[in-house]
Design a protein around this ligand. Sequence first.
Ligand code: NAD
Length: 507
Amino acid sequence: MATVSVKHHQMFIDGKDVDAAEVYEIRSPATEELVATMAKGSVEHADAAVDAARRAFESGSWSRKSQEDRSAIMTRIANRLGEELEEIIELETCANGATVRQATGFHCGLASPHFLYFAEQALTYEFERAVATKPYPTHSVNTIVREPIGVCAAIVPWNFPLVLGIWKIGPALAAGNSIVVKPDEKTPLSLLRLAQIAHEEGVPDGVFNIVSGDGAEVGARLASHPDVDKIAFTGSTAIGREIMRLASGTVKKVSLELGGKAPVIMLKDADLSYAIDGALFGCMLYSGQICESGTRLFVHRDKYDEVVAKLVDRASTITLGDPTDFDTDMGPVVSGRQRDRILSYLEQAKADGATFALGGGAPDGDEFAKGYWISPTIITNVTNDMQIAREEIFGPVMVVIPYDTVDDAVAMANDNEYGLTAGLWASDLEEALEVGARLRAGTVWINNWHAVDPALPFGGYKQSGVGRELGPGALDEYTESKHVHLDLSTDVERLPFDLLVSAPQPK
Ligand code: NAD
């Protein structure tokens, strides 16, 4: 397998590369080979980055730049992300194991258009709006101003470091904030490259900083830091709860994009010639390591055996192997820890009485002796209350559960603590829309999956998160709302002064 040459990478703080006394290794999940070394940041580095971000914010070097200038710089950054796609793919996939095909179309290919969306938002977002009001109609002007919050921090996971980073960095910069980003320990390289590109294209020192390091140390410091005004987190629900707790000490603004266990309802009339491929695409892409993956498939009992047989046939054609080969369908899972976690879920499912219609463990073969591999797995004899159907596995694992009525399917779909995405495969689109309206999730896909567009909001109901990323409201999450009341009259008579001092009573 091709690997990038081993290079040492430093953090990016206050416009400079910053090394650390401690260094750690980044290894390929496909080969376990060393692909890079990285400076390991500490609480002191987090503090230095927050200080730099605060100084930059107060200086106005970015926060008071015109919308036109911010947008122009961000457009150039977006263009560079497109021009350097090949290098960026290498930096990201050497550490998270995404296949080069998926990274081209998805992981890294989306980076440029998504960043461009925020470059456009820098120009078109309504930073100021005059509002006609009833109480003071004639003699005042009332304006709602959206101002940058100040210093933002972002904590990002390993599965889509660049794009999930951009979902935070893009709106933060478009609105005029400074930001400190802590990537996952395993995958800092593509985000580091973005910070360097941003600096080269004119983002001033201190505005965009990257600090590496452990979540429990550096991440926790950013979440609790008294000078961080907003924390944006993507990751597991368990750590999301911890972020909320840490942020509460200074009542920071918090946005959370957390886990999922998406239900997929295959209605009885679904056209299996595309619904089978669609359901597999929704579940198995990037070895199922996507928060939005459709992992619980509900199939009408009359169609159950046919659907399972077709799923197994089609999923058997998914090839595992070298993620740097454009023809490979599925690469490794991200780490030994993740592989073992998936395997322990599979063992428990077996103990609970589930049947593996396909897969159920690591693939055989010398080529899988190194790295962390799980075969595409399809599980039957499952009920919606079993652990394998309730908890987020984050692996290429689909459970297929029969239903008798659409009401049953909807009830099972909604009976879960998560509510990030949900979806349907159907031919009767009217019925599909009616059923979709009953699903409790931030995104409902009908006859498609993984359709994420920067112009449309993304985020979770229930314990899948707080707030929304992307969409026309994305900058709302990175701005404060200020009401400015400008009184044009100096006529003291019309002040409701009698609320303070009663008018003299006639004697
Ligand atoms: P994780 O929660 O373990 O880690 C995410 C990030 O949090 C990492 O950068 C990590 O270093 C940091 N972190 C860990 N402990 C911390 C602490 N105590 N304080 C502060 N930061 C800490 O998640 P993961 O395993 O890396 O990612 C997978 C999870 O992310 C899944 O649950 C998945 O559903 C979720 N996810 C959600 C979305 C979404 O948009 N909703 C997208 C991708 C992934």
